[in-house]
Design a protein around this ligand. Structure first.
Ligand code: ZN
Length: 231
């Protein structure tokens, strides 16, 4: 009865618990690093969207439609998807949530955090996902580093941080290494790298940087399509 994490490339992660499948930023169509097409996803209970850039909002609408999954997103992003035809009953809290707020679905608690980035509707966000078994995951979305990561780490001891490290649009590896020390996360998986030519193409040096800035954090560098056991 384990919990697994699968990286579908870029910021697209699938978290599988014994009784739930959760997607964050489910970008399959057009994602050069996606290991499977959207049609191969047959079940999802929760779909979380950090912001409405195409490489994050991705296939959220279609995924919710084909699986009946519930959506967690900021009010404005959720409103856009309802406008595009998403059944409002699939939106957690009916209209979504906002930064600082926590919504719950079948024992999974999802807290929205700020992110420093841009987007079209609402503001960019991240999520702290507390699974039923207590395991806590922080998906930072797209963001630069910010010192309040310390606060989130203090409030919700983080087992796993999914941090953007690709530079140009988000933190680079050095900033993300310091972010690990702010968050005091037990494990970090870098994301948002290697997808496009403009992004960093290797995370070989990331482990060394984390060793210096956050020696207590374990670095796991995943490859698209890889699945790891979390707990
Ligand atoms: Zn973005």
């Amino acid at each position: 009865m384990s919990t697994f994490l699968t990286w579908h490339g870029h910021a697209n992660f699938e978290i599988t618990t014994p009784d739930q499948t959760i997607f964050v930023d489910p970008w399959f169509s057009g994602n050069p690093k996606a290991d499977i097409p959207l049609q191969d996803v047959h079940s999802a209970d929760l779909v979380l969207v950090t912001h409405d850039h195409g490489d994050h909002l991705g296939d959220a609408l279609q995924l919710c439609r084909q699986t009946g999954a519930r959506l967690a997103a900021q009010v404005e992003v959720a409103g856009d998807l309802i406008h595009q035809g998403l059944d409002q009953s699939q939106v957690l809290n009916g209209i979504g949530c906002n930064i600082g707020g926590t919504i719950e679905y079948a024992g999974t608690r999802i807290t929205m955090t700020q992110a420093f980035h841009s987007c079209v509707s609402g503001t960019p966000a991240g999520f702290i996902i507390r699974l039923k078994n207590g395991y806590t995951i922080y998906h930072a979305g797209d963001t630069g580093i910010f010192a309040d990561m310390k606060t989130w780490g203090e409030l919700y001891p983080i087992d796993l941080a999914l941090l953007p490290t690709g530079d140009v649009f988000t933190m680079d590896a050095e900033q993300a290494a310091l972010a690990c020390s702010f968050l005091q996360c037990r494990t970090v998986v870098p994301m948002h790298w290697g997808t496009f030519p403009a992004l960093a193409q290797s995370m070989d040096h990331f482990a060394d940087l984390v060793k210096k800035k956050a020696p207590d954090t374990r670095v796991v560098i995943m490859q698209p399509g890889e699945r790891i056991e979390l707990v």
